[in-house]
Design a protein around this ligand. Structure first.
Ligand SMILES: Nc1ncnc2c1ncn2[C@@H]1O[C@H](COP(=O)(O)OP(=O)(O)O)[C@@H](O)[C@H]1O
Ligand SMILES: [Mg+2]
Length: 234
C-alpha cells in the first residue's frame, strides 16, 4: 500500500524567555493510504502540535514531513495552502470557523477555492449529513459548541480529502451526536478510502482505529496495532 504520510525525526521547539522548549522530539512514523490511526496522550503532550505539522499548517523545527509524496519542508506558504486544499481535511479542536460567514458559507469556502461546481448543493448535503439542515444560515456565534464542531466537520469533508486530521472531534459532543460523527468518519474511510488520523481522549473511539500512537512529553511512547485491526485482517 502507498504511504500517504511519512514523518522522520520530527521536532518542534519554541523559544521562550531565552529558553528552548522542546514540544516534540524525534518523532518518526508512516501512515499508509486508507489506514485509520489515533493519537492519544495527556494534555500538553504535543498532540495538537503534531497534527498541525502533519497537515502542513505549521512548520517543523527539525526533521521532515512528507505528505502524498511531497516534502512539505521545502514548500512556500502558497504551495502548502494548495496541498492542504487538494488533499487535506482538518477538524480543529477549537473549530476555527470564520465568524462573519454562515454555517453554509463556511462549508462552501474550500470548494470555492477549488473552483468546483454545485458548491451550494454539495455543502447543503454535507450539513444535512451532520444533522444541521435547520441551522445552515446561522452564524458561528448563533450555534452551540457541538453545532460549530459539526460545521467544522462538514467543512473538512467538503473537498473529499485523501487524508483527514481530526483534533478531538467528539470532545464537545453529547453521546448521541458523537456516535453519529464517528460513524460518519469511518463511513468516509470505508467508502472513499480516506485516511484518518484522529487525536482523541475517547478510548472507545481509539479502539475503532487500526492503530494507536501514544505521546508523552513530546515523545512517542508506543505505536501499536489495535485488536480491531487484527480482527479485520484474519
Ligand atoms: N505557540 C506556542 N508557543 C509556545 N509553546 C507552545 C505553543 N504551542 C504549544 N505550545 C506548548 O506545547 C506543548 C504541547 O501543546 P499541544 O500540542 O497543544 O498539546 P496537546 O494537544 O497534547 O494538549 C504545551 O506545553 C504547549 O504549552
Ligand atoms: Mg490539543
Amino acid at each position: 500500500m502507498e504511504t500517504i504520510l511519512r514523518i522522520a525525526r520530527l521536532g518542534k521547539n519554541y523559544q521562550n524567555a531565552g529558553r528552548t522548549l522542546h514540544v516534540l522530539e524525534n518523532i518518526s512514523f508512516e501512515v499508509k493510504a486508507g489506514e485509520t490511526m489515533s493519537i492519544v496522550g495527556p494534555s500538553g503532550s504535543g498532540k495538537t502540535t503534531l497534527l498541525g505539522l502533519c497537515a502542513g499548517l505549521d512548520r517543523a523545527s527539525t526533521g521532515s514531513v512528507e505528505l502524498n509524496q511531497v516534502r512539505l519542508n521545502e514548500l512556500t506558504e502558497d504551495q502548502l495552502a494548495r496541498v492542504r486544499n487538494q488533499y487535506v481535511g482538518f477538524i480543529f479542536q477549537n473549530f476555527q470557523l470564520l465568524p462573519t460567514l454562515t454555517a453554509l458559507e463556511n462549508v462552501m469556502v474550500p470548494l470555492e477555492l477549488r473552483g468546483e461546481k454545485n458548491i451550494r448543493e454539495h455543502s447543503l448535503n454535507l450539513l444535512e449529513k451532520v444533522g444541521l439542515a435547520e441551522r445552515v444560515h446561522h452564524y458561528p456565534s448563533q450555534l452551540s459548541g457541538g453545532e460549530q464542531q459539526r460545521v467544522s466537520i462538514a467543512r473538512a469533508f467538503s473537498n473529499q480529502p485523501k487524508i483527514l486530521f481530526a483534533d478531538e472531534p467528539t470532545g464537545n459532543l453529547d453521546a448521541e451526536t458523537s456516535e453519529k460523527i464517528v460513524n460518519l468518519l469511518f463511513e468516509l474511510n470505508r467508502e472513499a478510502g480516506t485516511t484518518l488520523v484522529i487525536v482523541t481522549h475517547d478510548l472507545e473511539l481509539a479502539a475503532k482505529t487500526d492503530r494507536i500512537i501514544k505521546l508523552k512529553g513530546g515523545h512517542i511512547i508506543s505505536d501499536e496495532r489495535t485488536h480491531h485491526h487484527t480482527e479485520a485482517i484474519v
